[in-house]
Write a protein that binds this ligand. Sequence first.
Ligand code: ATP
Length: 348
Amino acid sequence: TTDAPADASLPAIRLRSLRKTFGEVVAVDSVDLDIADGEFLTLLGPSGSGKTTVLRMIAGFELPTAGTVELAGVDVTQKAPFDRDVNTVFQDYALFPHMSVQENVEYGLKVKKVPKAERRQRAEEALASVRLEGYGDRKPTAMSGGQRQRVALARALVNRPKVLLLDEPLGALDLKLREEMQVELKAIQREVGITFVFVTHDQEEALTMSDRIAVFNNGGIEQIGTPAEVYEHPATEFVAGFVGTSNLLRGEASRAVLGHDGVFSVRPEKIRVAEPGAVAGEGEDSALGRVREVVYVGSGTRYVVDLEVGGSLVALEQNQRSTSMDVMGMRGRQVRLVWRKEHEYRVG
Ligand code: ATP
């Protein structure tokens, strides 16, 4: 079959009722997902939640037990990896150590018998797009982790795929380099305009880079939305806890403090630490408690407060009370935590 003409209104990737079992293990369970053309979508979840298996089914390395994978409207479920307009960047880069950077990047084109002059030119463009112009003659072994990571990216981009799949590509880098590459990778994606599907278990990374995040748990998607939606309006207890500090009020605490039954989450940044005698204003809720822990975290101060009604909440205050003397004096003191009602989200 030949590919249908590209239709810009179609999602770049469409997964329908996707399922994968390995013997008794259900790795992926009825996943439905549309990924838009040019979108940066992250699959976020704990180890074993099924992210990599979904990515491998999009790439064609794994055949679904049930369901379909469409790329730009074409059903590719049964197609081999090389018959799909996608490329994958793995965590270990898999660069050829004996080849120069230029040869590494050209390799895929050579296999496809692209003429030498065109190969050279496209490899140079790909290296420029990852800000490695002039590095063509180096060996990967003479480069830093971040540079090697960018060579791996150039090697994928040189094929000009519609979709790039990235499986924890920054996992091997130290924290500082990782943070730099997060910004860099996002900028590169915006410039080249390719659809990125990015797998990570790191919530900070997902929040920093993504247009949308699909939060995985037990082989399924718990919630999908923009970073702000997922962070500020967690749909389930799992999402509240996995993306940020869950800060739950439940049972007697939610009845006494909020006046409702159910489980609610309030993000630490939304909570103010006040004197015990403070009165909650219009549209606010509050709870009395005792400070168990105070930690100065540079950008602010983090309090862990045990509530009188049971349970505890974390409050994160931006630098108002930031001298370490004051902070230490807060431990063991009674306080009133105050927040606006609109920052309470029902998660169960
Ligand atoms: P990680 O972040 O650790 O890579 P993940 O979210 O990507 O985790 P998967 O690798 O997709 O999770 O695994 C999902 C489930 O499927 C796990 O229980 C895993 O053990 C199982 N699994 C994955 N691949 C195979 C396989 N080839 N054979 C048997 N079980 C597998």
